[in-house]
Design a protein around this ligand. Structure first.
Ligand SMILES: [Zn+2]
Length: 380
């Protein structure tokens, strides 16, 4: 038994890594399952078009066909282009502003929406509340202080879809390029946010866009809002995508993956490597290896060098300042015991009782397969 998957580059920095007798990890198996669901062949694009015909029919008397969440990053920017130009849908772009957007990301969003003539709705998070919850995640010593952001984005998309009577939320995730983020690294659930806030936060969660069980029932099961992942149906290659975006929208490439948010940039390139020994590039590189877009040896070579951060001190000071954390408090956080969602109250322990329902909802298209496999794949 080794410490690294023989097929991809997932290693023991993922606590729950499981290698089978051939040395293959559970994420490679999820990838195979996804390949079965979304095979790339001459029918892939027409399958996507068929889904879009249904969406168009459903949106006939409405102002919009679907919601597309945008961050200014390459995936969501390209998704807007695809949805409008190639799929001929009428999207409403939705952005969640948590106060950490980089200038490049904001200008990317505006340029793409303007050029494609797409309406944009921005939800600005209640800053004081958002700050206190994000700070609580750092104080808890967990590996996913960007979970409040992800939860906020998730809630906002459904909230606006509900309000605008839209039944489809489009998501720019591609399992072939982004891969499957281990739950040990990033975990998202409303009860987790509640528990961390209770133990390390200040005040209640009233003004925070939390996503709890009642939201799941309201948006997903009662209203039946569905998530569509169009990038899984197309050949999605980073180089071509960036070229298309730069040529059509004067889109600015800000460097690392998910660097559109300064908070995420700080988390992935400073906080996680230094405190946890986690290099989140491993997830994306593993995906690229599995889908044959990069050689495994090349991925390993990239991982030997830490993420590039030219403005480390400047970025660190900016984040601490913005979160009202002083240097001593942050040093304490960096030295404290490492934790993750397993140390807190979450819905996770109930999941095994819900597996049968989750499977049904995935089959009905209410939850995407990747989510089902990510959260339930391990539960037997
Ligand atoms: Zn693997």
């Amino acid at each position: 038994m080794g410490n690294i998957c023989k097929k991809c580059v997932s290693d023991k920095s993922i606590i729950s890594l499981k290698l089978d007798k051939n040395g293959i990890c559970q994420f490679c198996k999820i990838h195979e399952e996804m390949e079965k669901e979304y095979p790339l062949n001459e029918n892939s694009f027409s399958n996507l078009l068929k889904i879009c015909e249904k969406i168009k029919l459903d949106g006939k008397k409405k102002k919009y066909d679907c919601i597309v969440g945008v961050s200014g990053g390459k995936d969501s920017s390209y998704l807007l282009y695809l949805v409008k130009k190639k799929l001929n849908l009428r999207p409403l772009a939705v952005h969640y502003d948590n106060g950490f957007d980089s200038d490049a990301s904001v200008s990317n969003i505006l340029k793409v929406c303007e050029k494609l003539d797409i309406d944009l709705e921005t939800k600005v998070a209640d800053w004081e509340k958002f700050k206190s919850i994000t700070k609580a995640f750092f104080k808890a010593g967990v590996s996913d202080p960007d979970t409040p952001t992800d939860v906020g984005i998730f809630k906002t998309m459904y909230e606006i879809a509900y309000k605008e009577n839209i039944n489809y939320v489009f998501n720019g995730h591609s399992f072939r390029t982004e891969g499957i983020e281990p739950l040990d690294w990033t975990y998202m659930d409303g009860l987790y946010v509640k528990d961390i806030n209770k133990k390390f936060g200040e005040g209640n969660l009233k003004n925070f866009d939390n996503f709890v069980l009642s939201d799941l029932i309201k948006y997903n099961f009662l209203r039946g809002i569905k998530t569509i992942l169009p990038l899984n149906y197309i050949k999605y290659e980073e180089k071509e995508v960036i070229e298309t975006l730069q040529k059509n929208f004067d889109w600015v490439n800000y460097g690392g993956h998910h660097y559109e948010s300064l908070l995420t940039k700080f988390v992935v390139s400073y906080y996680l490597p230094n405190k946890f020994g986690i290099d989140r590039r491993r997830t994306g590189l593993s995906a690229l290896v599995r889908s044959g877009q990069i050689q495994r040896s090349k991925a390993l070579e990239i991982l030997e060098r830490p993420p590039i951060l030219n403005d480390e001190n400047e970025l660190k000071n900016y984040i601490l300042d913005k979160l009202d954390l002083n240097g001593d408090e942050f040093d304490k956080i960096m030295k404290m015991q490492n934790r993750n969602f397993r140390n807190f109250q979450t819905y996770y322990k109930y999941f095994k009782h819900f597996k049968i329902f989750a499977n049904l909802f995935y089959k009905l298209g209410v939850i995407p397969k990747i989510l089902y496999l990510r959260y339930f794949g391990d539960k037997t």
